[in-house]
Design a protein around this ligand. Sequence first.
Ligand code: DI6
Ligand code: FE
Length: 391
Amino acid sequence: MERDKNPYGLIPDAALAVTDGMIEWIGKQDAVPSPYDRYERVDLTGMTVTPGLIDCHTHIVFGGDRVHEFELRLQGTDYQHIAKEGGGILSTMHATRAASEDELVQSSLPRLDALLAEGVCMVEVKSGYGLRVQDELKMMRVARRLAAMRPVRIVTSWLAAHAVPPEYDRRGDAFIEEVVLAGLHQAHAEGIVDAVDGFCDPIAFSPAQVTRIFEVAKSLDLPVRLHTEQFANLGGAQMAARYGALSVDHLEYLDREGIRALSESGTVAVLLPGAYYTLRQSQAPPVQALRDANVPMAVATDGNPGSSPLFSILTAMNMACTLLRLTPEEALAGTTVEAARVLGLQDHYGTLSVGKRADLAVWDIRHPAELAYRIGFNPLKMRVNGGAHAG
Ligand code: DI6
Ligand code: FE
């Protein structure tokens, strides 16, 4: 997935050497330098090796489920209406508050494992279903515990500004001070938060409110990201770009000014086709305009109980192609090199390059375009995490 090479940066008949969890050499098989003769060899004849996949936007830690809302939506009730009636994110909030840390670990593990089974080596996990300091912290601790239980890197985002809980009804600003920011300081001190996220939407927080959060993030030296332009356009993308946001996510209602701002700030556009599909949205994110403006695009599952109960990165890639018209190459870049950029880790992850971490996915396919092609079929042969065989 290195740029300025063949499509996909593909090297036919390749070999790579791994030492101490890092890629030490990569090139053609017939050009392997002789010092590597004494290395242990793994024969991957006929396979395709890609960077370990990266799911850069998930909410896999949560309590309960939202299957009843699935039924309601199928009968015609819309997502925002369910949210306004106290369902949606708030329904998951109740279940998440009620769950212990151990229970959340146990309920989240199968979702994490489903991602790993498809070659994912790094997963971002957000808070945002506690909406009280102690429960937001609990979610972040669960994410850190998951990282210790599986060979995977987990990156956490503080998304306390996801919805206003009932006890702060009509007091969004007080919620931001007393929960979002008070909790952020604690989470930061505890070392359990890697980035700050928010939801900028008429059913959530205004750009002015998010600005307040981003100012504090900046003072703590934490990178920012934003869920924005999902159901309406409040100018969240421009605001996030002003803060040098790593990413803006969803973007169905992104406009020209937003695209211009992103192209200037280098912010990655994260496309979440699972939510677009689940909510049967009629307006797709402006992929061609993003491409024309050279805005990098990532693809993620948004795995969550409501708007995107999708825990398959390969399906997200397929949907990104079929529903949003990405090329299979863009879809793979979106779950490797661009996803690494979203997490601020592009120097160490996301391509098969000398000096980067040896996170590899080995597939029983002949060409990388096949990854986005099939639906509900998993050709993963082997996952390698930091040079170690990981299933
Ligand atoms: N937009 C989404 O699609 C997720 N969060 C957000 O801000 C959905 C969260 C949920 O419905 O539980
Ligand atoms: Fe999300």
